[in-house]
Design a binder for this molecule. Sequence first.
Ligand code: NAP
Ligand code: ZN
Ligand code: ZN
Length: 346
Amino acid sequence: MRTRGYVAHAAQTELVPYEFDRRDLRPRDVALRILYAGICHSDIHQVREEWGRSLFPMVPGHEIIGEVTEVGADATKFRVGERIGVGVFVDSCRHCERCTRGLEQYCLDGMTPTYNGYERDGATLAFGGYSRDFVVDEDYAVHVAQSLDPAGAAPLLCAGITLYSPLRHWKVGAGSRVAVIGLGGLGHMGVQFSHALGAETTVFSHSPNKADDAVALGADHFVDTSDPTVLRGYRDRFDLVINSTSADIDLNPYVRMLDVDGTLVIVGLSGVPVALQQEHLTSARRSVSGSQIGGVAELQEMMDFCATHDITARVELTDAQGINRAWDRTVASDVKYRFVIDASTF
Ligand code: NAP
Ligand code: ZN
Ligand code: ZN
């Protein structure tokens, strides 16, 4: 099927309009008309090659909400007209030990990314959600409740699951003491989830103008880190610290904020190696870990959790023509709190 979107033809270039083809439906595929696509900082990192070499032309976008327009002959999961979501990957090997445990995001054979990668045939470049239409195998899409605002639901597909998964894995609940570093697209979802799970939640942000929003989103405390010396006042007091910043920040003061056996989870990917003082780990049996999005079943669990708790992203809408400007504002931490593209403008 012929469709329209926005593309980067090379690293560092601005995105421009693009016409291209999506594959014809395979028996287990569904086609969707995209309603909204979120702008994730990972889109920017990849077009700007901040993580290494990328594949061009690149149609970014992996926070996709749409309505099903057609179902393949053997597809049974969704009905035409239903609202569905597609996230950061669109396939995986389906039989390795990790895929069978619902950890497709860590597939031993490599998941198929929604863009900037090849489909399972190893030859077809995958194009993402900055576009009007999409085709996906039904096993890699999730149901989205009609009660959720579709624009606010789009960022759940990446920003949401990336914070939900570690909060669940480290068993956050009532009595947990959680810190979230960075109140961006990911961070502002983490605050909402941490609060909904019953944890005492603290935000560390270098943007003092976000303080009121942090509290409105459910934070118990807001710490302005524009003066880094304040960090000394928070040693030994958290069970879980999640770094959701996109920038290369010194994590050592944050490791020291962990209580004994606490864990710092890295989800933000600046692309720059991290240097840690060993004694900050040894002096209280602290851990540093990392986490990447979530599997399909967990993505559905999070979607259902959001419907139950009425959780969505706070979004600023942009039309297709505004994408490049939205990227600049995202890099400047000047978005509250996620840009979402109105896909009808492609
Ligand atoms: P974002 O919306 O741009 O938010 C990043 C936040 O980091 C900003 O809002 C800002 O928060 C903080 N920040 C930015 N520059 C900073 C600086 N110089 N010093 C201190 N703090 C700074 O980005 P995002 O979409 O949430 O993504 C965040 C990171 O996670 C990106 O690196 C992205 O690639 C990565 N990511 C990882 C996964 C995964 O699976 N692990 C999934 C999605 C994204 P304050 O203004 O509050 O300080
Ligand atoms: Zn993302
Ligand atoms: Zn696998």
